[in-house]
Design a protein around this ligand. Structure first.
Ligand code: URP
Ligand code: ZN
Ligand code: ZN
Length: 475
């Protein structure tokens, strides 16, 4: 047989084990694993000493998404390049929604916008209200290969919050189509009441942003969403979880077998709320807010013990100009701090895998197999594109990232490829980095260069295995 690509001598990582063998690729697919000596192949890569992982899947990002008066700096094509440098071979964004919009039409429009991507892609539905028409769209979305539906429990003033009635209806209708609700858990009531108190005191400092959205603000909403899921009898995915209290709720749910899937992001593992004390602390404003190192350690524990099933970057491409566009300065040139005038969100698409390799694997907190599960396999399973994605196996798409666990990189706005002129991880030493990214059989990152093509990404239809929705567990 004539192969297109053979990757030899690498250590192939799955969520379960690491295997030393070769990978044979024909066209866009992996066709065999084994030892391939004296075979014909158009290209052979020697990956001696390197780890070969399934391509990273990003299921939580906001690109070109109008929010709080901002849009984001990058196009989907630019984001696909930045992601590819961090090993991302598929990403999913959310439909842009406002009241009156059809969720179904909006996911189709979003998929159209994403066509320019160099990597494969999908879209999540989003709900901001529960009119009959909107709820009826759930079935249409699932039939179109979009079985995941986002709900925000906060951002009322921004016009994207779902009230409890909407949440309940979406949960119920999602259940009928093997769909999975994804929820941003923060109590709007707690956040808004606190913000009003700060406004009365005229103290809108960056530090007070975090104080307005304390752990209980998140944990209350987390509990409520879990209770709704239990009541309806469907699975739930909670995005960007930041704290131990919420994890303990998830643990109790898991003990009962409830399919509650928890995501956290690299920023909550590595950045802390002391950043809000800085003059430029507005750059770290995201929701939920950054917490302290104790909560971060609880998150690492949650990753280790399986309470957290997946990671997502929650990438936003707000550059300094957008982060500061509604702010004013004092006479001495310092910011007139007002956190309500700062768009929420941080970038992170490119650094998720490197941070987990460096802070997780190389610091002995996580096995590389766990990182594989958290960045790819579990995401493919939960979001319904496994085994096409998320695993290196015959028949799967040849979405592969080659990793050098010895490679050292200093994170910086200059070393990343996201066109953003600041980096909250500036100066952070990373050991363990991607050296090659292959998307559907084509090398798209090699020798620190992007070699992909605009528009080569394809829309991936998804369908979730119902076993993951009935009972907690991803085996
Ligand atoms: O601060 C954040 N996370 N901004 C993006 C929107 C969201 O809440 O996920
Ligand atoms: Zn969110
Ligand atoms: Zn988000």
């Amino acid at each position: 047989m004539q192969y297109d690509l053979i990757i030899k001598n690498g250590k192939i990582v799955s969520s379960e084990s690491t295997l030393e063998c070769d990978i044979a690729i024909v066209g866009e697919k992996i066709v065999a694993l084994g030892k391939f000596n004296d075979v014909e192949s158009k290209k052979i890569i020697d990956a001696q000493g390197k780890y070969i992982m399934p391509g990273v899947i990003e299921a939580h990002m906001h690109c070109q998404a109008p929010f709080q008066g901002c849009l984001g700096a990058n196009t989907f094509y630019e984001q696909s390049i930045s992601g590819a440098f961090g090993g991302v071979t598929m990403f999913m964004d959310f439909a842009n929604m406002k009241k009156g919009d059809s969720p179904y039409k909006q996911v189709l429009a979003r998929a159209e916008e994403m066509q320019e991507s160099a990597i494969d892609f999908s879209v999540h539905g989003k709900f901001v209200e529960s009119t009959e028409e909107a709820i009826n769209d759930i079935k249409k979305m699932a039939e179109a290969g979009i079985p995941t539906f986002k709900i925000f429990m906060t951002y009322k003033k921004e016009g994207v919050m779902s009230d409890d009635e909407t949440m309940l209806k979406v949960f119920e209708s999602a259940k009928e189509v093997n769909g999975l609700p994804m929820v941003h858990c923060e109590s709007n009531a707690i956040a808004e009441a606190n913000i009003e108190k700060c406004q009365l005191k005229n103290d809108m400092s960056w530090v007070n942003f975090a104080k307005c959205k304390p752990i209980l603000c998140e944990a209350e909403a987390f509990d409520r969403a879990v209770n709704f899921a239990e009541y309806v009898g469907n699975a739930l995915l909670v995005v960007h979880t930041t704290n131990e209290k919420a994890l303990n709720t998830a643990r109790r749910a898991h003990e009962q077998g409830l399919p509650i899937y928890v995501e956290t992001g690299p920023h909550y593992l590595t950045l802390f709320d002391d950043l809000y004390k800085n003059e430029n602390g507005y750059l770290a404003i995201c929701s939920p807010p950054l917490r302290n190192s104790k909560e971060a350690e609880a998150l690492w524990k949650g990753l280790q013990d399986g309470t957290i099933s997946l990671t997502g970057s929650d990438d936003c491409t707000f550059d300094i100009d957008e982060k500061s566009m509604f702010l004013e300065k004092n006479e001495d040139g310092t910011w007139k701090q007002d956190f309500t005038k700062v768009v929420n969100g941080l970038s992170g698409l490119e650094v998720r895998l490197p941070i987990l390799l460096s802070e997780g694997v190389n610091k002995g907190r996580l096995s590389i197999n766990k990182v594989c599960a958290l960045t790819s396999t579990n995401i493919a399973k939960i979001y319904g594109c496994f085994p096409q994605k998320g695993v290196i196996a015959p028949g799967s798409d040849a979405d592969i990232v080659i990793v050098d666990m010895e490679k050292e990189v200093i994170l910086s706005k200059d070393t990343l490829h996201n066109n953003i002129s600041y980096c909250l991880h500036e100066g952070m030493k990373i050991k363990g980095y991607t050296i090659m990214t292959i998307a559907r059989g084509k090398i798209i990152i090699e020798n620190d260069q992007f070699k992909g093509e605009k528009g080569r990404g394809r829309f991936i239809k998804r369908k979730i295995n119902s076993q993951y929705l009935k009972k907690y567990g991803l085996n």
